[in-house]
Each structure stands twice: as C-alpha cells, then as structure tokens.
Design a protein around this ligand. Sequence first.
Ligand code: ATP
Ligand code: MG
Length: 219
Amino acid sequence: MQSATQTAIGLMGGTFNPIHFGHLRMAQELAESLNLDEVRFIPAANPPHKSADLISAEHRAAMVHLGVSNNPTFTVDNRELLRSGASYTVDTLLSLRDEFGKEVSLTLFMGSDAFTKFNTWHRWQEIIQLCHIALVQRPLTASNKEVLPKVLETFLHNHYTENADELHESPSGWVTMQQITALDISSTTIRDSIKNHHSVRYLMPDSVIDYIQTHKLYR
Ligand code: ATP
Ligand code: MG
C-alpha cells in the first residue's frame, strides 16, 4: 500500500474545441474533493476522421493554456499533440507511467456522456490498471439520454468505491463518482453561438473569447 502522502495527479482529457467553464469548474471541484496536487489538461490531437468544426490542435491547445493560466494547480500536457497518428488514452497513460513511475496516483476525469461510450475506447479494459477514474454527472437534456451498457455496469460494480481516500492509497484501479456544480455548457453550443453571432460571455474565460475573436475561429 502506498503512503497517503504520495503525489496524486488528475487528468482532464478532451478535445477542448474550445475549453469552457464546464471543463474548468469540473477540474477545480475534482481537484478539491479528491485532494489532488495537480490537474493536467491533455488536449486530444486531431482524430483521423475529424469533424468539420474541429479546429487545429495548436489553436485548441493555445486556448487551454489561456484558460488554465492563472491557476497554479492546473497544467497543460501536450503529449497527445506531439505523437503522430491516432491518440489513444491507453497510450497516453502508458507514457505518463513512463514519466511518473508506477507509484503515483493518476485519476482520469470523465463526464457521464463520455463514460457511456468508454467500452468502445481502444484497449479500454487496460485503462483501469493504469489509473483511477473520477466520474461526474453531466446535465441531461432531452437529446442526450444516457444509457449505460451492461458491460460498463459490471465494470462499475467491480471497481466502484464511495471512499475517495482509496484513490490515494493505490496508483490505479478505482472508479469514484463525485457531485459537482451542474453547468450545462458544451463546446458544441458555444461553437453554434459563435456561428450565429451570439455572445459566449460568462460561458468561458474572457482570454479564450479574445483568442477566438483575434483568430476568427468557429465562424
Ligand atoms: P463537444 O460539445 O465538442 O463534445 P464538450 O463540451 O463535450 O465538447 P469535451 O472536450 O468533449 O467538451 O469534453 C471533455 C471532457 O469534459 C469529457 O469527459 C466531458 O464529459 C467533460 N465535460 C465537458 N463539459 C462538461 C460539463 N459542462 N460538465 C461536466 N463535464 C463536462
Ligand atoms: Mg464532448
């Protein structure tokens, strides 16, 4: 068993197209409730079948940098952008383990919408051997009813803990669910608002809005 003083790092993966207060508030609240030393924001590279409105990884990463810049607990990890080809979370975790070792507690953050598809991720069953998972509920709208596949119900049953302290006592293997302030903000609605010339103020940091305007993104 590891000592409770072992470093614990949160991993906030996403496309961040663009980053918004839903991401930032989730990271802040999980950092506090799970007693994390650091939260690494890991922008995903451009997937092979990229959607029409997925802007370049460089722009998305630049906005993540702006978004986290005044928070000493938050850092940006560019390893998925530096790797060529498809970027799989399992590879990112292996690379983090190479860098930080086997002992450090790593916790991957996931919204409920992402988790319902977790069993489709590349080598998904290996992921829980490399990190913990912290789940948060994403506000539900009529169009995103979330149904958990049976295989993920079993996965939850096998790995779930109510005691978040467990995540400090081992480097990987637990799934926890944490209550956070529900913010019904998504990058999709932000992109739509910009396209429709509506304001996105108070949904994301001003510095990110300025960047989007300067670079004429999402129009
Ligand atoms: P898009 O609409 O383009 O899919 P998004 O807002 O869903 O963008 P992502 O980059 O896809 O943002 O999300 C990264 C991670 O953050 C996912 O695990 C997702 O579930 C979570 N997340 C994003 N927004 C919220 C939110 N408002 N509340 C809780 N979790 C969120
Ligand atoms: Mg999403």
